[in-house]
Design a protein around this ligand. Structure first.
Ligand code: GCO
Length: 254
């Protein structure tokens, strides 16, 4: 039996993949055989990430574009078309965090988080899907969060955006599954990333995460790679519209 998790011959675009969860996912997809297209707005960080994967023997392209800018997204896919690169697997990972109570939250920061964490997945997903439909197959993996299901004070726009990611995934499945595209989501829990540095370094918050999580620890970015490979692979060809929480069990318990 062929290895159902083999991604050889496939190309994956991972947005926001110069570091953190995006880089870990791109690395995991490359280790499973995929060629990867890294994306980010910091070109130095992007080049360093690409070099690391190339030095490990993987096939890597870079494409720096702003996932919140509709014209930039269209131009990016036109560039991929020109390079003869077909995106078989799209991971909508790009995201930011902005922590402030809603009573003080500035509208422009609310909008900025929603644009980056949610609307970008629609903009990039639509461009990728238009090409996937023409080929009759594709995988879209949206990166949600534990916050796709659970709220926490001071992170309202992030929570709303990640809840939207869960429902966008279901909307994509509703429209695109019959066209050969499997759209699913991953919901990371509290992960050891730069975005969470302030929380990790706060003894009270660190203690709360460890007591609230059945695994009694934070997650490592590389611990998302297996779920991404699974959802990107033929092993998941009959899975649509689902979200898999990789959160040490936090969403399963009170
Ligand atoms: C926070 C954290 C969460 C993380 C966590 C859940 O401020 O509570 O940033 O929003 O994203 O990893 O996904």
């Amino acid at each position: 039996m062929k290895n159902p998790f083999d991604l050889s011959g496939r190309t994956a675009l991972v947005t926001g993949s110069s570091r953190g969860l995006g880089f870990a996912i791109a690395k995991g997809l490359a280790e499973a055989g995929a060629a990867v297209v890294l994306n980010g707005v910091n070109t130095k960080r992007l080049a360093d990430a690409a070099e690391e994967l190339r030095n490990a023997g993987h096939r890597v392209e870079m494409l720096s574009f702003d996932v919140t800018d509709e014209k930039a997204v269209a131009a990016a896919f036109a560039e991929l078309d020109a390079r003869g690169i077909a995106v078989d697997i799209l991971v909508n990972n790009a995201g930011i965090q902005y922590r402030k109570p809603m009573l003080e939250l500035e509208t422009e920061n609310w909008q900025r988080v929603l644009d980056t964490n949610l609307t970008s997945a629609f903009l990039v997903g639509r461009e990728a899907a238009r090409r996937m439909v023409a080929r009759g197959h594709g995988k879209i993996i949206n990166i949600g969060s534990l916050m796709s299901d659970l709220g926490r004070a001071t992170v309202a726009p992030y929570t709303v955006a990640k809840g939207g990611i869960k429902m966008l995934t279901k909307a994509m499945a509703a429209e695109w599954a019959e066209l050969g595209i499997q759209a699913n989501a991953i919901g990371p829990g509290y992960m050891l990333t730069d975005m969470n540095e302030a929380l990790i370094n706060n003894p009270q918050f660190d203690g709360w995460v460890k007591s609230r999580t059945p695994a009694r620890r934070w997650g490592k970015p590389e611990e998302l790679a297996g779920t991404a490979v699974f959802l990107a692979s033929p092993a998941a060809d009959y899975i649509n519209g689902q979200i898999i929480y990789v959160d040490g069990g936090m969403s399963a318990v009170v």
